[in-house]
Structures are given as structure tokens and as C-alpha cells.
Design a protein around this ligand. Structure first.
Ligand SMILES: [Zn+2]
Length: 93
């Protein structure tokens, strides 16, 4: 049986880390669709597993984002306003 996109993404995130843009490029769908997939996966893996959001650290000032709950990438650093942040990464543990 063919896997659905959500099943595939779930498997990918169990094997390694992915960025939002990486997943969007792989499936060639709108960012919004992948964000919805991730929100759905985050709910459906709980409570045995967790979909972790590995947030970037700002390279300009060292600011650490913590407890990110949104799957869209932060657009800038809240401390120094740097807009060139590396993307956050996702992984299922
Ligand atoms: Zn910063």
C-alpha cells in the first residue's frame, strides 16, 4: 500500500532532522500544507513520541529560541533583530 505524505514525513522525521523548506521542496506543495501536516503529526505521535522543534541559535547575538511551538520558521531574532537565522529543524523522538 502506498504511504500517504503524512506517513512518509513521519518516517523521515523518525530517521533524521528536516527543515520546513526541505520538506516543502521534497513534496512540491505549499508551505501551509506541510505546516498542517506537521501539526497533525505532532498531535498523532503523542504521548509516546514527540515531534521536537530544534530551534536555531542566533549567530549574531547567541539568542536561543526555546519552547517553539510553531512550525513556521522564526523570521528574525527578537533580541538583535537579525533576519538571517538558520531554519529550525524537526525530528521525532
Ligand atoms: Zn540575535
Amino acid at each position: 500500500m502506498e504511504k500517504t505524505r503524512r506517513q512518509e514525513i513521519r518516517a523521515l522525521l523518525s530517521e533524521g532532522t528536516w527543515t520546513l523548506d526541505g520538506l516543502v521542496a521534497r513534496y512540491v506543495v505549499a508551505k501551509k500544507i506541510i505546516i498542517e501536516d506537521l501539526e497533525h503529526i505532532a498531535r498523532s505521535v503523542a504521548p509516546r513520541q514527540r515531534l521536537l522543534i530544534l530551534a536555531p541559535v542566533c549567530e549574531e547575538c547567541g539568542f536561543r529560541f526555546k519552547d517553539r511551538t510553531r512550525f513556521s520558521d522564526p523570521s528574525r531574532c527578537p533580541r538583535c533583530k537579525n533576519e538571517h537565522l538558520s531554519p529550525q529543524r524537526f525530528r521525532i523522538t
